[in-house]
Design a protein around this ligand. Sequence first.
Ligand SMILES: [Zn+2]
Length: 127
Amino acid sequence: MNRGRLKTVAKKREIERKLAAHRKSLHGQLVNQTLILGKHIKTEKVSVKAWQKNYGKSIGFKSPASFQSELVRKAESAGGIVLMFSTRKTALSQTCLCGNKQRKSLSQRVHHCSVCGLNMQRDILSA
Ligand SMILES: [Zn+2]
């Protein structure tokens, strides 16, 4: 390896280190903001592995698994708990506020309930 290449490699490593540190501090802030809202947290148990398979590097950088574990660690040290429930059983994106379950394709962005008549953007409804 010549000097120029060595320099580039070192620079790349430095950039990656900075990105990782930055991401870690963003996760920390987000975890803190979440815990202000409450220390008992119920969340969907999402499959980080499946995301990684589908979205690859763009997910890898955001590293949702490390966000999850940070959230659990801080919630527990504050005396709270994090409950993760299965996405299969709850199917938040398929369930109306009235309890009616209605299958939707991912491309269908608006929830329209045939039972109670509710109309809402699907992600807002699930949240
Ligand atoms: Zn409904």
